[in-house]
Ligand binder design. Structure first.
Ligand code: PHE
Ligand code: ZN
Length: 896
């Protein structure tokens, strides 16, 4: 992150990559930690890179005070080029030399939370992507890998715990009530993986023995009052260690693996070697304070950061354009981890549906908007703006397609070859794809590799048009698949992608037909074909009667599928598809069709947009004896407003909101008896366990309660509001309690304010619970424009703190990014609020501000008067002269 606010923004280009002119072999850092003025002594051993023509050494720095530079122990000449430290007269030749740099910085003034900062009296660091330069002058780029020795010195009472990467090799007392700790990291690493922590912390500890018989110490560090919320994180960490060894043969390569939680963090968590630093949101949980969603998130984030130890740390990125090399692959790995922890296939499918939902509601819009970029971008102004759903989630889909093309065993072989070739190196996305292909000669991936890699180079979501034709005489079913991809900024023409399409054909009874592709061998159930041309036909033979096609099973590629199935066909799939993803998808398509119909209709919004067939199908799913609760909850959840918006060329957010609310309320009334049944059937009273089965039951009861409260709001019957309030009070865990509270708030019932006040009183000491309390109110359905004034009041609440990213997100993002019906106001007041907050936050934390700036990404699709008002608000932000590079890049692209 650059706090440089002067001069034109510099565009960094992938094609300009050049290897570094110097290597840094070892780094010895000594810190005298003081919040006001921390001293950093950095002693490096460098040598010239023999492959690069001799040139000056240019070291990155940002907001540092430079006191001294010594080369081989003596004075030397240096100059500043902006914030870059330039040394021109360094020793010639291949011999290594010593460079010593002494600087100071002010951690307590570091509000952007990059580099060394203080959170609740404890020191933390955040170095990815370019934060290390805020700690000392360095070659702050991931292809420079060095061995680190770190000495920390600090006051003994205020900072009893002193941590850094690797192993603790020495510690002891110093004069003036100070002490020190010396850490040596046995692994070379890029500087973005450096970390230190110093403060008053306690640790949950666990010793484990890995398969090879080696002993390891696992630690989860938190503030003293939080020890009772560390069990789940530790369990997740142990499960991660076991899984990576079992599934990929990748063992823990450290004697000690530490996780530390901080309440002030811009992102979710960070994979620093051996010393992961986490947002408290992804560590702290117990049944009284955390919901099932929190438990699931902790499991996947702990897994994600742990898996980075191999995919990211042992093999890292050559440059930041390759970010998805580690992020896409590691998201894929954490998704597989969470799925593998599910005992039954239905729970796996639920996880897959949730992941696809994120992709479609967040990444597809990104891919269609002003910030669209390839999984491997070609240029950026501010790298922090490229930690996106495209890099992460679409990147994971690209890896998943590779696994689909080579099979699960083939993919494991690919991973093995990748580590054989590149362990200890900084490499590219090409290197990864090449390894997977080379390990699977003869596979479709290997045959089509250059074309497959268009997934890395071309932005935009491909559309696949599918048309089926049954020929009774020839007894064939022909599926014609055609692909297109719309232009994205800087890419007007797209070449065809390699798209694996998983297909099934259902007979009239809903059973999967055996498939013979072009007379080939029979395949039971699902056949995956590979679409690599603009248009291709696939002929299935031996088909006696017209089947119902189930296309793109399991969401086998990140594309939009256009297939004109009739309602009857979709209802057939919803009732019978053996592929749970497509079964869910059929329900979504039916709901979407009805939503779009009502949105496009003339006149006021129809209050009952649903027909009896749809309602009956939803009832059948809800009452189904064999489907599990989690899956039912997903089917009965209507498509999100943002997802509906993506299907339209001109978006009226108010009308979308009104239609979706009408659909939900119709389901609440039409299925009233069924919701009562579902609520009574699925409420558990046993001990809390965050397993998929009981999680699903709680999700479905929560949904039922919301529906019952919605109906009660309309008919004035106080029974269900009373029950919801009772459940809110009596709940044995946070999931049930928060679901009951949400039901009252969503339905806008009078009891909601009582419940909210009570909830605040119960949890005023629990920051993460208060975040939920704020988010629920800022994200509540708008009634006559009441949410914005409520949001302004929340900002004035004594517990609100704009500087804390979690708290800022809980109110401002919940309103601007997650509550379209309240944010898009005809009077433009939502946009005015947004522009004020972007500017206000940018002054102290550009990363958080730039994320918020993206809330209006899709303004060009808006109907009037929203469109003009949105453009004006963005222009108002862009007109500010002293914006950060982060926000500047987002608003400039948005207006382009
Ligand atoms: N690398 C982190 C992850 O995804 C994300 C992150 C990026 C955290 C930048 C902090 C800063 O695991
Ligand atoms: Zn990551």
């Amino acid at each position: 992150m650059s706090s440089l606010r002067e001069g034109p923004a510099i565009v960094v280009r992938r094609e300009d990559y050049a290897p570094p002119a110097f290597w840094i072999d070892t780094v010895d850092l000594a810190f005298d930690l003081d919040p006001a003025k921390t001293r950093v002594l950095n002693r490096m051993r460098l040598r010239r890179n023999p492959d690069v023509a001799p040139q000056a050494l240019r070291l990155d720095g940002e907001d540092l005070n430079l006191a001294r530079v010594l080369v081989n122990g003596g004075g030397c000449s240096f100059r500043m080029d902006g914030q870059t430290l330039v040394l021109e007269n360094l020793p010639e030749g291949a011999e290594p030399f010593d460079l010593e740099i002494f600087t100071t910085c002010a951690p307590e003034k570091n509000t952007q939370l990059m580099g060394l900062y203080v959170s609740q009296g404890t020191f933390f660091t955040q170095c990815e992507a370019e934060g290390f330069r805020r700690i000392t002058y360095f070659l702050d780029r991931p292809d420079v890998m060095a061995s680190y020795t770190v000495t920390l010195r600090a006051d003994k009472d205020r900072y009893p715990v002193l941590l850094s990467n690797g192993n603790l090799v020495d510690s002891g007392n110093l004069p003036d009530n100070r002490h020190f700790a010396k850490w040596v990291d046995p692994h070379k690493k890029p500087c973005y993986l450096f970390a230190l922590v110093a403060g008053k912390l306690v640790a949950r500890e666990q010793r484990i023995v890995s398969r090879s018989g080696k002993e390891h110490l696992l630690q989860v560090y938190v503030r003293p009052g939080d020890m009772d919320k560390t069990e789940h994180a530790m369990n997740s960490l142990m499960a991660s260690v076991v899984w990576d060894e079992a599934r990929f043969g990748l063992p823990l390569d450290l004697e000690r693996f530490m996780i530390v939680a901080t309440a002030d963090f811009n992102m979710g968590a960070m994979e620093n070697k051996g010393l992961n630093i986490f947002n408290t949101k992804y560590v702290l949980a117990n049944s009284a304070t955390a919901t099932d969603t929190d438990f699931a998130n902790i499991e996947s984030v702990v897994g994600h950061e742990y898996f980075h130890n191999w995919t990211g740390n042992r093999i890292t990125c050559r440059d930041w354009f390759q970010l998805s090399l580690k992020e896409g692959l590691t998201v894929f790995r954490d998704q597989e981890f969470s799925m593998d922890l599910c005992a039954d296939p239905s729970a796996r499918a639920v996880k897959r549906i949730e992941d696809v939902r994120v992709l479609r509601t967040a990444q597809f819009p990104e891919d269609a908007g002003p910030m669209a970029h390839p999984v491997r971008p070609d240029s950026y102004v501010e790298i922090n703006n490229f930690y996106t759903v495209t890099i992460y989630e679409k990147g994971a889909e690209v890896v998943r397609m590779m696994q689909t093309l080579v099979g699960r065993d083939g993919f494991r072989k690919g991973m093995e070859l990748y580590f054989q070739r590149h362990d200890g190196q900084a490499v590219t996305c090409d290197d990864f794809a090449q390894a997977v292909a080379d390990a699977n000669p003869g596979s479709e991936l290997s045959r089509l590799l250059p074309q497959f890699k268009r997934w890395y180079s071309q932005a935009g979501t491909p559309r696949v048009q599918a048309t089926g034709r049954f020929d009774a005489e020839a007894r064939t079913y022909t599926l014609e698949l055609a692909q297109t991809c719309d232009p994205t900024p800087g890419q007007s023409d797209k070449a065809p992608f390699v798209i694996p399409v998983a297909i099934g054909l259902l007979d009239a009874q809903g059973r999967d037909l055996p498939l013979h592709l072009d007379g080939g061998p029979a395949v039971a159930g699902t056949q995956t074909v590979v679409l690599s041309e603009a248009c291709q036909s696939f002929v299935f033979t031996g088909i006696d009667a017209e089947p119902v096609p189930s296309v793109l099973r399991g969401f086998s590629a990140p594309v939009v599928l256009d297939m004109n199935l009739s309602d009857a066909e979709l209802l057939h799939l919803l009732a019978h598809d053996s592929d749970p993803f497509n079964r869910w998808e059929a329900g979504q398509r039916l709901a979407l069709r009805r939503a779009l119909h009502a949105i496009r209709a003339e006149g006021p919004v129809h209050q009952e947009p649903l027909d009896e067939a749809f309602v009956a199908a939803m009832r059948a799913v809800l009452r189904h004896p064999a489907l599990d609760a989690a899956f039912k909850e997903l089917v009965l959840t209507l498509p999100a407003e943002t997802y509906i918006a993506e299907q339209l060329d001109i978006v009226d957010p108010q009308r979308i909101h009104a239609v979706r609310e009408a659909m939900r309320s119709q389901l609440a009334h039409a299925l009233h008896e069924d919701w009562i049944w579902a609520y009574e059937q699925h409420r558990d009273n046993g001990a809390y366990r965050p397993d998929p089965v009981s999680t699903g039951r709680r999700a479905l009861t929560g949904m039922a309660l919301t529906m019952l409260c919605l109906a009660a709001r309309d008919n004035g019957n106080p029974v269900w509001p009373g029950k919801a309030y009772q459940r809110f009070k009596d709940a044995g865990n946070m999931t049930d309690r928060f679901n009951a509270l949400s039901a009252l708030v969503i339905a806008g019932l009078p009891l909601a304010s009582e419940a909210l006040a009570r909830f605040h009183g119960m949890f005023r000491q629990e920051a993460l619970v208060l975040d939920k309390w704020f988010a629920l109110q800022a994200g509540a359905p708008d009634r006559g424009g009441n949410i914005l004034p409520a949001v302004r009041q929340l900002l004035a609440h004594p517990d609100f703190n704009l500087r804390n990213p979690n708290r800022a997100r809980s109110v401002i993002f919940s309103y601007c990014s997650a509550n379209p019906g309240a944010f898009h106001r005809a009077d433009a007041a939502g946009y005015v609020f947004w522009s004020e907050k972007v500017i206000e936050i940018d002054a102290f934390n550009p990363q958080v501000a730039a994320r918020l700036a993206r809330a209006l990404d899709r303004w060009k699709k808006l109907a009037e008067p929203y469109r003009s008002a949105a453009r004006e608000a963005i222009a108002r932000v862009a007109a500010k002269p002293d914006l950060s590079n982060d926000v500047r890049e987002v608003v400039t692209r948005s207006l382009a």
